[in-house]
Design a binder for this molecule. Structure first.
Ligand code: AMP
Ligand code: MG
Length: 419
């Protein structure tokens, strides 16, 4: 009996868990999940500093300052970014200061240069400056330790390291990061009809496109694809290929050989040398989705038709590969979209149709199909950016009605109702 997509997903995720950690150069941590809290070795900012180019003053000395009644201060020092001045700013004094430069002793506030004017001579050291606006006390001063204090966590375990996270790790002294390892994913293609993409297919043959499209999906999901030679439609060849892949990788995916054809050997071989969890999911395309394990290594058998392969990977394999990489958010965001045209389906099974979301003139998310939905064809997936998820039991979805779409244009960053 076919199980539901939800039941299948649950079993798929049960078969795997987060992999070990590895230490990688900081930039390679981008997009990956931090495995251990990273702490800062210093206060960030390391010292009180100016947020603006201007004059460091004592707020108490410029109370009531305005264009009509400016406060006159004598300039005692000039501090550029990267410098440090120990010259104290005393009563009635100011220091010329640049953005990022350390606050001089005695000053508590920075007045932007725009609100000042040189005094009688000039506003350099030895001269005077007129302050034409009263700042609030402490204005334009960035405090030491404002971002994080020495010893505190700057990026936490379980958080995805984005460009800002890379910056935080860098400013807190990390040129390496401890992240979850990427899964090595065996990509097997079964079928006597398959020839390499460099060949012009002879009679009855087709190019092995799945090996590439699946490897691309593995890369897009953060995994490392291991492309294996074509597995012939032969039980011994299938056995050997599965055992070899299990010895060399963390996860095995295969395309083809899982239907009811006379030469579909994946399922019987899996039952013989490994474990079989399920082999039918109530969905279209791709009802013969197959889950199991070989020597403890998870195995997912995708149907051979290119767009069934594509959909099966998105719905089942990608969340599993994310789980292995320590991600908490496993599923693509779902949106509700307005159908731009009628869509019909058979009432049985849930459909995952290749389409795209756009914004319509009313500013709503609209969804439309992007081409023929034959599972042998890939163009609709290529032109699309989402999967329209149409529930079992219903057959007609008129233009203007609302449907759920699985957003392939968005990362798993937003929690969404699981479908
Ligand atoms: P199967 O699931 O093995 O019966 O294959 C179903 C359909 O998918 C057949 O038309 C196959 O020729 C096609 N197919 C299987 N494997 C691949 C592949 N690696 N690349 C492209 N098409 C494939
Ligand atoms: Mg086949």
């Amino acid at each position: 009996m076919a199980i539901t997509v939800e039941q299948a997903r649950e079993r798929v995720l049960k078969r795997c868990g987060p992999l070990e950690h590895e230490r990688v150069p900081l930039l390679e941590a981008l997009g990956r999940v931090l495995a251990k809290d990273a702490c800062s070795d210093i206060d960030i900012a390391p010292f009180d500093n100016s947020a603006m180019d201007g004059y460091a003053v004592r707020a108490a000395n410029v109370i009531g300052a305005s264009s009509d009644a400016p406060a006159t201060l004598s300039v005692v020092s000039h501090i550029a970014a990267g410098e440090y001045s120990s010259v104290e700013v005393g009563e009635g004094q100011a220091a010329r200061i640049m953005t990022g430069a350390p606050m001089p002793p005695g000053a508590d506030t920075v007045v932007m240069v725009e609100y000042t004017e040189p005094g009688a001579e000039d506003a350099e050291v030895g001269g005077t400056v007129l302050v034409k606006r009263e700042p609030s006390a402490g204005e334009n001063v960035r405090r030491r330790g404002e971002e994080v204090k020495a010893g505190e966590v700057v990026v936490s375990a379980g958080e995805v390291v984005g460009p800002a996270g890379v910056g935080l790790l860098a400013s807190s002294g990390h040129d390496m990061a401890l992240v979850y390892r990427r899964p090595r994913v065996a990509v097997l293609s079964t079928g006597d009809e398959l020839v390499d993409v460099t060949e012009a297919p002879g009679p009855g043959k087709i190019r092995n496109s799945n090996s590439y499209s699946l490897s691309a999906q593995v890369i897009a999901a953060g995994g490392l694809p291991y492309r294996y030679p074509v597995v012939r439609d032969d039980p011994d060849d299938t056995k050997k290929a599965l055992l070899k892949a299990a010895a060399e990788t963390d996860y095995i995916i295969a395309s083809g050989g899982v239907s009811m054809g006379e030469h579909d050997y994946v399922r019987p071989v899996l039952e013989e040398i490994g474990e079989l969890d399920f082999f039918k999911v109530a969905m279209r395309p791709g009802n013969p989705q197959t889950m199991g394990a070989v020597d403890g290594v998870p195995f997912f058998g995708l149907p051979g038709n290119p767009s069934s392969t594509f959909v099966g990977f998105e719905v089942f394999v990608r969340p599993a590969l994310r789980l292995m990489q320590g991600h908490r958010l496993l599923f693509r965001p779902m949106s509700r979209a307005v159908l731009a045209h009628d869509v019909k389906k058979k009432p049985v099974r849930r459909y995952y149709l290749r389409g795209r979301v756009d914004l319509n003139e009313a500013g709503e998310i609209s969804a439309s199909l992007t081409g023929s939905q034959s599972s042998a064809l890939l163009t609709a997936a290529h032109m699309g950016n989402c999967l329209l998820v149409l529930p079992e039991g219903e057959a007609l979805f008129p233009a203007g009605s609302k449907v759920e779409v699985m957003r392939l244009d968005l990362d798993e960053g937003t929690p969404s109702p699981v479908t």
